[in-house]
Design a protein around this ligand. Sequence first.
Ligand code: FES
Ligand SMILES: [Fe+2]
Length: 359
Amino acid sequence: MYDIDPDIRRAQTLPGTFYNDPVVFERIKESLFARSWQMITGAEDQVKLPLDALPFRFMDGFIDEPLLLLRDAQGALNCLSNVCTHRGKIIVENPGKLDRGLVCGYHGRRFQLDGSFMSMPETQDMENFPCTDDNLTQLPIKQWRQFLFTSLDPIIPFEEWVEGLERKVDFLPLQDFRFAASRSRDYLVHANWALYCDNYLEGFHIPFLHKALAQSIDWGSYRTEPDTWGNCQVGVGKSGDVVFDLPKTHEDHGQQIAAYYFWLFPNIMFNFYPWGLSLNMVRPLQQNLTKVSFRAYVWDEKKLGAGAGGDIDLVEREDEAVVEQVQLGTRSRFYKHGRFSPRQERGVHQFHSIISKLI
Ligand code: FES
Ligand SMILES: [Fe+2]
């Protein structure tokens, strides 16, 4: 559908229609998002003990697939379809304990906690029953540190997806990072989800758009390091800035790193600062409406408010304003497509290339 030249010097960006055509928006649901890894949130508090269960929807407000995360009697995690295989009722409606097992409240169909069909009343004369269609579909569940992920039909090997994170931030004690509700919020952006990602994926605009941030980042050393399914933008601080204390074995040891900005295809960002982590999940709602959820995890309170990770709210507002303007611009009959700066827009080129291969 789209052809992105692998040579960035010749390549054109995705065309304006990509961000505006409702047919394309529908298409990416299946070909891209249903096959992606998405984070399951809320599990740390609600699915701690055996028989705890948490119903949720995969990509709420977009794909809306009803799923159930639970711990079995041994404490192992399972992720299942939460739709009864009899006539389609949602099985578990609220978070809680599965003390009575997994039973559908409509006609009493029972399932094991791994989703396999167990029993049902009034099925005496049924033929070819039960069969595999009567089991609840089991979905993959993967974990990176304390974060859980699932996918409806994964095309990306999970370990490959997180390899950059693993390599760069292995030195950080993520288990000590504490979720900070007061620093976490959702933003509604009146723009296509991919425009939000495009903007995130280049630091080219920093000196133009983020005057305050530009004071604490050495823009000349700013770089993008690609992995197969994502990349890391490395923000080097100016001297005297708050930076990471990198161990001798780290590949960036000796450099003044103020921030690592990771993007994992298609829509998750892990921003590590010396104070902790700001996680962004970019959720498409409509073709020109996107919810961005910010979740903060604080590690070192004393470093909050300083350096590149200082006023991230201001940076966010500046980014949203520009992305909303770009949404209007890409709708113009006079806008066809753009070009990539070979030095500054490698991350955007990588993003467009992956999209072009999947849809
Ligand atoms: S819909 Fe679940 S038992 Fe009938
Ligand atoms: Fe920005």
